[in-house]
Design a binder for this molecule. Structure first.
Ligand code: ADP
Length: 355
């Protein structure tokens, strides 16, 4: 059975969410700190300005018309704010929220309690929606389009289909892979938004705000170091901030200065571009084992003994964005910048760092 989370529009939206059931959905990343750091309303979110602006207009229009908000699909690499948007939107609308994960909805019957429990105008958030099995996806179609489900009772010749009306609701789907969603499901979302990596300034602002929430002192230089080491991702910025805070507490008087941040991040093996050891291992494998590519991602995954999904969802997006690798029809290939970052000359060039 999937785990169900229901937050109602009134008393179940505590100021301090650490007591709420929100944490039950993804225990691996919802520590108390995580919940405390997550913005509660869209106007507290940093960056993603255009996406937030469009969503605010849709939320505002739905509120003014007293109609449910159209279904929303959010896509982008992990840690960029999909869940944050999905939890802020119902709070801004003043409606309840249910949270489910695509991976846990194995059969239509698993989805049934969420659909029948959905209050008028409420939000159902399905994380990793690309992992819904086909049968569950097809069961969703009439629910999304006409707020109706078709339930088959009995078997064989005695089987009959019963239609059941649902209260109008809003589905928010999040995915790291829009490419894996079937076209009929994708087309049923009225609003589709892609979340991109955050700029250094935006990450610095997040780090500053979150340091205050964690009641610690942080100087500008430290915030910049942490932002630079965060691969454009707020979740990583939060993790780095907590690490630097621990380091400052253990090795110094608790104040996070630029020097302390540099020493703490060096210890994690994070380099100038913010790449962590896993990123560098990926680049080094392409260089050393596959002579700079092109190479299929499966071959790299096998060599690194890592799941292919981890590489495509978590490692590659930032490396592609920073132009250290490119995806060609024949596979992944190191760019000149990629070679240079590893201290190597690209093929055909003799001098180190020659352009
Ligand atoms: P995703 O669902 O895309 O994997 P989350 O929404 O869970 O990512 O974001 C991870 C963490 O990053 C959140 O707990 C929050 O603290 C922080 N975060 C994400 N987006 C923002 C933002 N726009 N402004 C401030 N913090 C953010």
């Amino acid at each position: 059975m999937p785990r169900e989370t229901i937050l109602s529009s009134d008393d179940s939206w505590p100021e301090d969410e650490s007591e709420s059931t929100l944490g039950s959905v993804q225990p691996e990343r919802n520590s108390e700190d995580d919940i405390a750091l997550r913005p509660k309303h869209m106007n507290e979110m940093v960056g993603q300005r255009q996406v937030a602006e469009r969503l605010r207009i849709a939320v505002d229009a739905a509120s003014k018309r007293g109609e449910p908000l159209g279904h929303i699909l959010l896509d982008g690499p992990p840690g960029l704010g999909k869940t944050t948007f999905a939890t802020c939107i119902p709070r801004d609308l003043g409606v309840s929220l249910q949270i489910a994960s695509g991976a846990a909805l194995a059969a239509p019957k698993d989805l049934l309690p969420y659909l029948t429990n959905a209050e008028e105008g409420s939000v159902l958030f399905i994380d990793e929606i690309h992992r819904l099995p086909k049968a569950v996806e097809e069961f969703m179609y009439p629910a999304m389009e006409d707020f109706r489900i078709d339930i088959t009772l009995g078997e064989g010749v005695n089987a009959r289909t019963v239609n059941m009306n649902l209260r109008p609701f809003t589905l928010i789907g999040a995915t790291t892979r829009t490419g894996l969603l079937s076209a009929p499901l994708r087309d049923r979302f009225q609003i589709r938004e892609h979340l991109d990596f955050y700029s250094l300034d935006e990450l610095m602002e997040i780090v500053h705000r979150n340091a205050t929430k964690l009641r610690t002192v942080l100087d500008d230089h430290a915030a910049q170091q942490i932002a630079r080491a965060s691969r454009g991702t707020p979740r990583i910025a939060n993790n780095r901030l907590r690490w630097v805070r621990d380091y400052a507490t253990s090795r110094a008087d608790g104040d996070m200065t630029g020097e302390i941040a540099t020493a703490a991040l060096d210890m994690l093996g994070v380099d100038q571009l913010g790449l962590d050891p896993q990123d560098r291992k990926y680049l080094e494998t392409i260089l050393r084992v596959f002579h700079g590519g092109p190479v299929g991602v499966e071959a790299v995954a096998h060599t690194l003994n890592t799941a292919c999904d981890t590489l495509t969802d978590e490692v590659e997006p930032f490396l592609l964005r920073t132009e250290l690798v490119v995806r060609t029809p024949r596979g992944r290939k190191l760019t000149t910048k990629g070679y240079e970052h590893l201290g190597q000359s690209p093929p055909g060039e003799t001098a180190l760092f020659a352009s």
